[in-house]
Design a protein around this ligand. Structure first.
Ligand code: HEC
Length: 206
């Protein structure tokens, strides 16, 4: 038989149960460590960054790298290849990549992605960026730039020059050298003369 007394007890139990259930997902910060019924891997014997620990004399867990350490991705076995500057401090004279069709085509793709927005696809310096803002990219067909050695061009691409930003973080070393090869091809095409056209074709060129 359900009496008023049992109904009240049932209600009380329901409220207490709900409070306990909600209490378990409480969002209130507490200084008390939570009770871990199953600790799983929550607690591990390890040091976290910036913690203190008695193991080292200075009491820090964060250690400095051993002097002379070089991060793997920053280790450059061939300084001249990666910087465009040789051991003698001069720009590398010749592009180290094989100057074949694959290199030039790779250079063309990368040039059109990374350089053409400012320098336009011919390299004359009238890309879409300078059309919108006052920013004058160099004309790659100027005598002075045609006369730069390959390593200097590579260096300009990598480090930038005056108002041009460097692209060493966006473009891999190999692709930068490929761009140098393609810039040479552009410059060559710009300076072509009738003598460059094969004799049998000359009559067809107006
Ligand atoms: C965001 C626009 C921009 C992009 C992208 C850009 N350049 Fe430039 N570049 C410039 C500007 C501006 C100058 C002129 C810098 C100056 O003289 O102040 C310049 C100058 C140059 C010069 C002449 C340097 C000299 O000695 O005067 C070369 C060579 C060159 N850029 C090559 C490249 C190549 C190759 C790429 C693609 C990897 C590239 N640039 C991408 C804006 C750009």
């Amino acid at each position: 038989m359900i009496t008023q007394y049992t109904r009240r007890t049932a209600k009380l139990l329901l409220v207490a149960g709900a409070a306990m259930a909600l209490g378990a997902c409480s969002n209130f910060p507490s200084r008390q460590p939570p009770i871990w019924v199953w600790p799983d891997m929550k607690k591990q014997d390890k040091y976290k960054a910036q913690m203190s620990a008695p193991f080292f004399a200075d009491g820090r867990t964060s250690r400095r790298p051993v002097e002379g350490t070089v991060a793997q991705e920053w280790y450059k076995a061939d300084e001249a290849y990666s910087t465009g500057v040789g051991a003698d401090g001069n720009y590398v004279a010749k592009n180290p990549l094989p100057l074949d069709k694959a290199t030039i085509e790779k250079g063309q793709v990368k040039f059109n992605i990374y350089c053409a927005p400012c320098h336009d696809r011919t390299g004359s310096g009238r890309g879409v960026v300078p059309a919108k803002v006052v920013w004058v990219p160099g004309n790659m067909h100027e005598e002075r730039i045609v006369n730069l050695v390959d390593g200097e061009l590579y260096h300009v691409i990598s480090m930038g020059r005056r108002s041009m930003p460097g692209y060493r973080f966006q473009i891999s070393e190999q692709d930068r050298w490929a761009i140098v090869a393609y810039v040479r091809a552009l410059q060559r095409s710009w300076r072509g003369t009738m003598a460059d056209v094969p004799a049998e074709m000359q009559s067809k060129v107006k």
